[in-house]
Design a protein around this ligand. Sequence first.
Ligand SMILES: [Zn+2]
Length: 208
Amino acid sequence: MADQGEIEKYMYSALDLARAALAKGEVPVGCVMVYQGQVVAQGHNRVNESKNATVHAEMVAVGQLLEWCMKVGLDKNEVLPIVQLYVTCEPCIMCAGALRLLNIPTVWYGCPNPRFGGCGSVLSVHSDRLESYGQQFKCIGGIFAEPCAALLKQFYGQQNPNAPNPKKKSEGRSTGLGGNLASNFGSAFGGSGDGSEYYAAGYGYTEF
Ligand SMILES: [Zn+2]
């Protein structure tokens, strides 16, 4: 298990990736994957660039990790169960399911994802008793939650220029799954005004 200095160092790296995403007009979420004390894969959200709502930061990093395994000749099935994943926002339900199937043991995240969170906020994909659905994984949130959430609030405050139905703050939540995922996600970060729900985890770590 990583010590606090390492946890903060890697979350800083993930935050840098989230800032890079913001500069490119992407939803600012960043992710790094660490194997034996070394960052071997990283990524940020690329939904707008790819026009593919599934290209989240975690999925970009997973793709890099698999490529890295092939490049250095390591068996992914031996690497994945000891990888540590750091991401600035709680993995969504889709990503949490993928990380569980891949047998990633530990996820450290920044701010909660009150709209789509798959690690305790909406569903608990990481810890539910799901037969034949990978290993449960440990999820620890609240690492630099405020700056992680602030980037998302900044992005959705500017509105996502590529969302087909951008929502203004005053419109509150969008409904259904038919809309743009980023737009729906944004409504969670724009809705209530003071943002207190995103800071609920504060600077203390919360294990789910
Ligand atoms: Zn996701």
